[in-house]
Ligand binder design. Sequence first.
Ligand SMILES: Cc1cc2nc3c(=O)[nH]c(=O)nc-3n(C[C@H](O)[C@H](O)[C@H](O)COP(=O)(O)OP(=O)(O)OC[C@H]3O[C@@H](n4cnc5c(N)ncnc54)[C@H](O)[C@@H]3O)c2cc1C
Length: 500
Amino acid sequence: MDAIVIGAGPNGLTAAATLARHGWEVLVLEAKQRPGGAVYSEPLTLPGYLHDVGAAFFPFADDSPAFRFLDLSGAGLQLANAHWESCHPAPDGSSASIARDIEESVHSFGVDGPAWRHLAEWRQAMGSRFVEFLLAPLPAIGPAWRLGLRHLLRLGPLSLLSSGGLARRLFQTEAARRVIPGVALHADLGPDDFAGAGIGLVLALLAAGSGYRVPLGGARAITQALLRRLEEAGGKLRLNARVSRILVRQRRVVAVRTEQGEEIAVRRAVLADVGPPTLFLQMLEERATTWWLRTQIRRFRYAWGTFKMDWALSGPVPWLSQEAREAAVIHAGDSLADLAAFTRQVRAGQLPDNPYLVIGQQSLIDPGRAPPGGHTLWAYTHVPSTIEGGWQRHREAFADRIERRLEGLAPGFRQLIRGRFIAAPDDLEAMDENLVGGDIGGGSAQFHQQLIFRPAFPYFRYRTPVQGLYLASASTHPGPGVHGACGFNAAHAALSDQKS
Ligand SMILES: Cc1cc2nc3c(=O)[nH]c(=O)nc-3n(C[C@H](O)[C@H](O)[C@H](O)COP(=O)(O)OP(=O)(O)OC[C@H]3O[C@@H](n4cnc5c(N)ncnc54)[C@H](O)[C@@H]3O)c2cc1C
C-alpha cells in the first residue's frame, strides 16, 4: 500500500482520491459502518423523509480547487439553489436576506441596500479567486497575488474586526446588522469577539456568490461522488476499521494498527482525517513527537457543543417572513444584543434561553427528500458540550424550547410536526468521533487557532514531526466546511515530499 488514509470524511476521501488519481495505491480505513463522517444523509425521522446527519449546505462546492480537480459534477453530483440563500428574520416581522441576485438583496436590505451592493459587487469582482485564496495552503503567496493587493488590503483589516463591530460600521438597521454576526456564529464567534468578522464576512460573501447550495439526493451525494472518484482510480475503502495506533520506525511512518489488532504496512504516507489530540497524543508513541508539539496540542481547544434537530413535516413552514418561505438557510437571532446574550450564556455553561438557530430547508430545493406535500426541516444551535445532569435529562425540554422559538417566527409550525430527531453533543460525537463534545468545526475558530496556529505552529502545513505522516482533517488550515481542501492540500504535501 502506498498510502493509508485514516477516516472517510470529506477531507479523508478527497485526500485518498487525489493520491489515487496520481497513481498511488490507496486504502481508506473508516471507523464507522458508513463513509462520509459529518457528510451523509439518513431517514432519521419517518420513512420517506431523508435528512442530512451533519453538513447540509455547500457554498464551496463549485469553486473548491479540490472538488474541481476531482470533477464531482462529472461523478454525478448535482447541486441546486433556493431563491434566497440566507434569510435573517425576527419575530417582529423584519428581515434581511441574501440572494445571488444583487438587486434582490439590495431591495431586501432596505435603507442598507447600497451598503450591501458594495459588498456583493466586491464579491463579484473577486470571482473564484476569492475561494482559491481562502482554501490554499499557507502562505498562499500565489493565490494572494492572483487575488490582488487591492482586495487583500480590504479583506485583511475588515477581518480583524468583531462581527458586531463590522455590522455596526456597515449597516443602520437591526435587520441588516444581524446578518454577518448571524453567519459568524456558525463557528464559536460571538458578535464581540476579536476577528469574528473574518468568518462572518466570508460566509456572507459565499452566500452572495454561488450560494448555500444543496445536493440533490442529500448531502451523502457528495460522499458518493468522492467515493466514485476514489474507486475509479483504484482506491479502496474499508469500513468498521478504526485505527488505534500509528507505527513509526526511525522517525518514519511504517504501518497502522487497527483496533482489531491488524497491522497494515505502508510504503509512502499516512494521512489522518482525525483531531490533533487523537493523532498526536493517542495514536503516536510519545517519543515520535516533540515536547513542544505535545504541549501545544494539550492546549488545543474544541469549540462549543452543537444541538441538532431534524423534523418530518406535513407541509412547508409558515414563516412570517415571505423571504424565509423561499430560503435555503434561515438564521434565527433577533438582534446583536440577542446574539451577544446567547454567546454569553453558552460560554457560561448554560443552556441558552433564546437559542440562536441555523435552519435548513433542503426539501424546498430537493423535493425528493420528503413524501409528496411533506417537507423536512434541519436546524442546529450551539450549547455547552456537557451540562449538569447530563444531556439525556435535558434533551427533550431543550428541543421543545427550540420548537417554541421556531413557532415565534412561524406560527403554526408545531402543528406540522409528524416526527422529530434530536442529536445532542454526545450523540454527534458517537456518530463521528471527530465531533468532539459536539464541536462541528474540528476545533475552535478563535483567532489563536486559525491560519498558522491551526493546529499548532509550525505544523500548519499538514506535515508532522514523523516523516510520511500528515494531518488532513478540518483541524488544519483552512478549517471546517465541506471543501476537501485540508485533505487535498495534505495529499499535495505528501506528493511533493515524495518527489524531493
Ligand atoms: C451538524 C453539522 C452541520 C454542519 N453544517 C455544515 C454545512 O452546512 N456546510 C459545511 O460546509 N460544513 C458543515 N459542517 C462542517 C463539516 O461537516 C465538517 O467541516 C467536515 O465534515 C469536516 O470533514 P473531515 O473530513 O475533516 O471530518 P469528518 O467529516 O468529521 O470525518 C471524519 C471521519 O474520520 C473517521 N474517523 C475518526 N477517527 C478515526 C479512526 N481512529 N479510525 C478510522 N476512522 C476514523 C470518522 O468516523 C469520520 O468518518 C457541519 C457539521 C456538522 C456536524
